[in-house]
Design a protein around this ligand. Structure first.
Ligand code: DAH
Length: 359
């Protein structure tokens, strides 16, 4: 009896003195393990007389329970202390900068489209869109390019083999059909730009089967070529970020404008002979433009005596090449990460219209 009291006191003292989970486990094995002191007592119950067992049984089981509980309590205390120690030693500094996340870059085409949308937004132009799979009426006929017109052959059009609702379908060859879709679906006056993909069966260093254009259209009362010239001048100065941008308008021909003008920007050469936009040592063609042909206005159900306006169209990829100095158009669409890293733009450097207009 006193032997058991001594054992209990000794075990409880050992449990209390255990300062690590390993030390505590050693005490548990020495007491409750197969060869343990408490286990030996439990085993001894088998050899006792029933009377003796009745007295010793509860005592021994009580001892086992006390030791088991003491071990569980001590274990919880040690684990709590270990956790506190870890929490104290492993501080998380929320003010440290986060590790850099590999960021992509904005493709020059997307960048230039965003720049154009911003410039024209300042001039009061909204962004309009149209389908890339177009019918030949919107792409050609309504733009005063009837069947058999040589301009149709000039466009190297991708046609679809099947007609839809009796209409010949194609991949739009320019963004000009968005002029038609805008005039037919909304009420004048209009001031829109239409950036987007266009397709022509053509491929060399300066031509890819898919490329990007931006169209501009203004329809109102009393619009004249002076408005066109001012708009293009303002746009090109803003785009090339130079006040010395000089424009030259050359008489030209487009079926959907009359009169039509091709627009050149002047350049000078720097010391290494590279062309720099600004001045007028030489000229580069940058866009097509003109006064919207009365037949086009009529085809859209508007009265050309009441409504008139101007339109212009240009290649976005070409503008990007001129502004940022790339010389091979095909590289734009190769998806070469080295090229994208070199010519791409940091996503957050330049504010864009909400979401941008996309490439
Ligand atoms: N659609 C023409 C092309 O792809 C470009 C163009 C020229 C658009 C004159 C216009 C314009 O709106 O007025 O070659």
């Amino acid at each position: 009896m006193s032997e058991m009291t001594d054992l209990k006191a000794q075990l409880l003292a050992e449990i209390a003195a255990a300062t690590s989970l390993e030390a505590l486990d050693a005490v548990r094995v020495a007491a409750l393990g197969k060869q343990g002191s408490v286990s030996a007592l439990l085993k001894s119950l088998g050899g006792m007389s029933p009377d003796e067992r009745q007295v010793q049984g509860p005592l021994i089981n009580g001892l086992r329970e006390a030791v088991t509980n003491a071990i569980a309590d001590r274990k919880a205390a040690l684990e709590g202390a270990a956790l506190n120690a870890r929490l104290a030693s492993e501080k998380l500094d929320m003010t440290l900068p986060a590790p850099a996340f590999p960021a992509g870059s904005v493709h020059p085409v997307s960048q230039v489209m965003d720049e154009l949308a911003e410039i024209f937004a300042d001039l009061g132009f909204a962004v309009a869109t149209g389908p890339e799979v177009e019918d030949d009426w919107h792409n050609f006929t309504a733009l005063n390019i009837p069947e058999s017109h040589p301009a149709r052959a000039m466009h190297d059009t991708f046609y679809f083999p099947d007609e839809v609702d009796g209409k010949k379908m194609l991949l739009r060859t320019h963004t000009s059909p968005v002029q038609i879709r805008t005039m037919m679906s909304q009420k004048p006056p209009f001031r829109i730009i239409a950036p987007g993909r266009v397709y022509r069966s053509d491929s060399d260093a300066t031509h890819t089967p898919m490329f990007h254009q931006i169209e501009g259209l203004v329809i109102d009362r009393g619009i004249h070529m002076g408005h066109l010239k001012w708009t293009l001048e303002t746009f090109l100065k803003a785009f090339f970020e130079r006040d010395d941008v000089v424009l030259r308008m050359r008489p030209s021909y487009f079926p959907f404008t009359e009169p039509s003008a091709e627009v050149d920007v002047g350049f000078t050469r720097d010391k290494s002979g590279r062309r720099v936009i600004g001045g007028s040592e030489g000229w580069m063609e940058v866009l097509g433009s003109g006064m919207v042909h009365p037949k086009v206005i009529e085809a859209c159900g508007l009265d050309p005596n009441e409504w008139q306006g101007f339109a212009f169209g240009t290649g976005v990829d070409r503008l990007a090449m001129l502004k940022y100095g790339m010389d091979d158009l095909r590289a734009f669409f190769d998806g070469d990460l080295r090229w994208l890293k070199h010519y791409g733009f940091a996503a957050l450097d330049v504010p864009t219209l909400s979401g941008g207009v996309g490439a």
